[in-house]
Design a protein around this ligand. Structure first.
Ligand code: GLA
Length: 393
């Protein structure tokens, strides 16, 4: 899909024609964006102090070095509009204003993100951007915003594609490179229309801090999201990513085993990696999951292909993502309630069945040997074994 889009753009350029589709923010998000977002842990309890302390923690924890870059304030920073229509920031929670806060985040070598909504109000009933797209985009650019998450509550019958294109164009008109995060929860199959409009698009309802729960309003646990992502692998790639929502690693609902599975799948999906926990007080175990460089490298692989399920045996599954160097990232996944042995066969992961390949365990961070035809490992319930398989023939 992405290749086709770029091919059309290049052909049009060579022929001296205008590109068939405007590509927003060219050169941005060539690998999935990484950062932190306030919503999963803090909901409306956002403030200037939280953002500054989180930016500090991103640096001191090693997360910045691991690639986390965007510090994004979700809903609830805005309270009103002034007489000229300009958005008014909550002055009690953000006393220095957004420009000063963006400057502070930038001074730490990080980027600054913010949230709005394509409707008349946000999901928490703060002012939305409908009818104010241009003035809001200009305001964000003045402040130094690098990332906009744009939600879909109170959308009042608008067409998703038009509503998101309007803000995409308003951002582009400012001349500031802004990563544009589309958040209509997969409701109108954004993977079919959002490439060129935004850089990432939510593919599902809101993630919940649980393994397999579901909420009546559409919130869902990690396993349901994994299943909804399974068939979307053709629609993701450099510059435009399927977004299975922000991470719950380090919040209370998942066991360490489930958290590693969650993080591994997001990497296999080439998902945006937006931490959603309190970075100021995270455990060493949480930090070690979020900063596992070998798993992050799978997420950030420059080929940018989304991994997919290649074997389904009830509770036991094999998933595979092709990497730029010809190797394969592989997840052995046990959905069941008892430990089980799972086999990845070379023919299932697209390798010559008779050939030797080096297998590296990405959580043990060690080579486990050279294998021919297949690799088998014991996998904990609700757990994964994640390996990289590199053919040597
Ligand atoms: C929606 C979005 C969430 C979050 C909240 C904020 O539910 O999907 O990610 O931004 O709104 O109100």
């Amino acid at each position: 899909m992405r290749t086709l889009l770029w091919t059309l753009v290049v052909i049009a350029g060579v022929l001296g024609l205008a590109p068939p589709l405007a590509v927003a923010g060219e050169g941005l998000a060539l690998t999935p964006p990484m950062g932190w977002n306030s919503w999963n842990k803090f909901a409306c309890d956002v403030s200037e102090a939280l953002v500054k302390e989180t930016a500090d923690a991103l640096v001191s924890s090693g997360m910045k070095e691991a690639g986390y870059e965007y510090v994004v304030i979700d809903d609830c920073w805005q309270v009103d509009r002034d007489a000229s229509g300009k958005i008014v920031v909550d002055a009690e929670r953000f006393p220095s204003g957004m420009k000063a806060l963006a400057d502070d985040v930038h001074s730490k070598g990080l980027k600054f993100g913010i949230y709005s909504d394509a409707g008349t109000g946000t999901c928490q009933h703060r002012p939305g951007s409908k009818g104010y797209e241009e003035i809001d985009a200009k305001t964000y650019a003045e402040w130094g915003v690098d990332y906009l998450k744009y939600d879909w509550c109170n959308s009042e019958g608008q067409d998703t594609r038009n509503a998101y294109a309007l803000m995409s164009q308003a951002l582009r008109a400012t001349g500031r490179p802004v990563v544009f995060s589309i958040c209509e929860w997969g409701s109108t199959q954004p993977w079919l229309w959002a490439p060129g409009v935004g850089h990432l698009w939510r593919a599902t309802g809101d993630i919940q801090d649980c393994w397999d729960c579901g909420r009546s309003w559409g919130g869902m646990g990690v396993v349901h999201i994994i299943d909804l992502m399974a068939d979307l692998y053709p629609y993701s790639g450099p510059g435009g990513w399927n977004d299975p929502d922000m991470l719950e690693v380090g919040n209370e609902g998942l066991t360490p085993t489930e958290s590693r599975a969650h993080f591994s799948f997001w990497a296999l999906f080439s998902a945006p990696l937006m931490a959603g926990n309190d970075l100021r007080s995270m455990s060493t175990e949480t930090r070690d999951i979020l900063t596992n460089g070998e798993v992050v490298a799978v997420d950030q692989d420059p080929l940018g292909m989304q991994g997919r399920r290649v074997r389904d045996r009830g509770a036991l599954e094999v998933w595979m993502k092709p990497l730029a160097d010809g190797s394969r990232a592989v997840i052995l996944f046990n959905r069941g309630t008892e430990a089980a042995r799972i086999t990845a066969r070379w023919e299932d992961i697209g390798l010559f069945p008779g050939g030797p390949a080096v297998v590296r365990d990405l959580w043990r961070k060690a080579d486990v040997g050279t294998f021919t035809a297949s690799y088998e490992a014991e996998v904990e319930p609700h757990g994964i074994v994640m390996v990289q398989v590199t053919p040597t023939f």
